[in-house]
Design a protein around this ligand. Structure first.
Ligand code: PMV
Length: 325
């Protein structure tokens, strides 16, 4: 059977940074994100009797190597859950996200893949089970099952059955904007998987990072309910800076930032000094996302576009969760 699903990326306002289990992808800390309507992946999965291995097409290209291996390893989990170890599939995935440059293409990618594969193999899962499955492809992807503001509960159990996303507020709760400021389409040097591992194992700041999460989470959820952009923005910004500080204190130290990353941070701070409530956040790459309310659309866009080194600015609204096509 064939099934097609669409999933959007999400941007973390409270970051997931560090795993307690590498294989099941269980995080050290809860995280919270906003699903974005501007970036998404559509994936179709068709299990075919005459295939002896999976065939994975990404943006129309038959793909081999590490990328294909990640997809096949993930489908192995779906096959095992469905009791169909010998069912192989043709997978077509179209990414409307710049890959591996700090934009979470793996988030929309694995959410769409999990949803399409589960449906195609006739594995009946509710949204919580789908989030658990998706998490095992890419951690942050488990939040893309839902639209709007979403929390990922880290869970306590060693089998990961209590580590899944839960919706906090739907996409239509708050008309807010996220501008993705693109400064590099280059592949990032330290993948998030490697960056997290090095940080957990060596960063002297890592324990303080984990300790800081519960207060951030409680406060940001209050801010989201109240649609308080200052409160949400200030917490997201501080949380992002604390995450990036852990990488500077790792051994060997590293940073995802480029000089233009710092220019954008300063431009956002200048906007704020001029009375514009705009706030930045940065994932495991050099690109910056800026949170603001729609009344400042023109001012924010123009400011960001005019920074030297900025290639593009793409504005998103809150996006919906997984849908089937
Ligand atoms: O799920 P991954 O391996 O793409 O890691 C995502 C890590 C961050 O983007 C930095 C933070 C997050 O919560 O999305």
């Amino acid at each position: 059977m064939k099934a097609t699903a669409k999933a959007h990326t999400n941007i973390a306002l409270i970051k997931y940074w560090g795993k307690r289990d590498e294989s099941l992808i269980l995080p050290m800390n809860n995280s919270l994100s906003l699903t974005l309507d501007g970036f998404y992946t559509t994936t179709s999965v068709e299990f075919q009797n005459d295939l002896s291995a999976d065939r994975f097409y990404l943006n129309g290209q038959l793909t081999e190597g590490a990328e294909k291996h990640r997809v096949t390893a993930f489908l192995d989990r779906i096959r095992a859950a469905a009791g169909e170890p010998d069912a192989f599939a043709e997978i077509h995935s179209a990414n409307h996200v710049p890959t591996a440059a700090g934009f979470a293409s793996s988030a929309s990618g694995f959410a769409a893949l999990a949803a399409a594969a589960a449906k195609a193999i006739d594995l009946s899962v509710n949204q919580q089970q789908l989030s658990i499955l998706t998490r095992q492809g890419s951690g942050s992807a488990c939040r893309s099952v839902y639209g709007g503001f979403v929390e990922w509960e880290k869970g306590k159990l060693s089998d990961g059955s209590d580590s899944f996303a839960i919706p906090v507020a739907s996409a239509d709760h708050w008309d807010i904007r996220v501008a993705a400021v693109v400064l590099s389409s280059a592949e990032k040097k330290v993948l998030s998987r490697e960056g997290m591992k090095r940080t957990v194992n060596t960063s002297v700041y890592y324990p303080s990072w984990v300790d800081s999460i519960p207060d951030d989470l409680a406060a940001i959820k209050d801010g989201i309910v109240a649609k308080d952009v200052e409160k949400v923005g200030e917490i997201a910004e501080a949380n992002c800076l604390r995450m990036h500080a852990t990488t500077l204190a790792a051994n060997p130290p590293f940073s995802y930032w480029q000089s233009t990353t710092v220019s954008i941070i300063q431009a956002v701070q200048d906007l704020r000094a001029a009375g514009v409530p705009a706030f930045f956040t940065i994932d495991a790459g050099p690109n910056v996302k800026v949170l603001y309310t729609p009344d400042y659309e023109e001012k924010v866009r123009n400011t960001l576009r005019n920074i030297a080194g900025v290639h593009d600015v793409k504005v998103s609204k809150p996006g919906e969760g997984i849908s089937y096509i």
